[in-house]
Unconditional design. Structure first.
Length: 75
């Protein structure tokens, strides 16, 4: 029994597709940042905030516990 026309077309399309499997088409890489602006802003906020916290706390720590001499020995 012969194949119907639509079945032959589907079979031919499948056979043609066998050679193309696993080959990804290269996509153009978009220019710009690869990070979300909100995430970048959060990272900057955390880094700057922690540095401010460090500079406000450190002098008080040295005065309170009188470790300035020990600190100067190492730096």
């Amino acid at each position: 029994m012969s194949q119907s026309r639509t079945l032959r077309q589907k079979s031919q399309k499948y056979q043609d597709n066998i050679e193309k499997r696993g080959i990804a088409t290269p996509k153009k890489k978009e220019e710009g940042l690869n990070i979300n602006p909100y995430v970048l802003g959060f990272i900057i906020f955390v880094v700057i905030g922690s540095s401010k916290f460090y500079f406000f706390i450190t002098p008080n720590y040295f005065v309170k516990y009188n470790v300035i001499n020990i600190y100067l020995l190492f730096f």
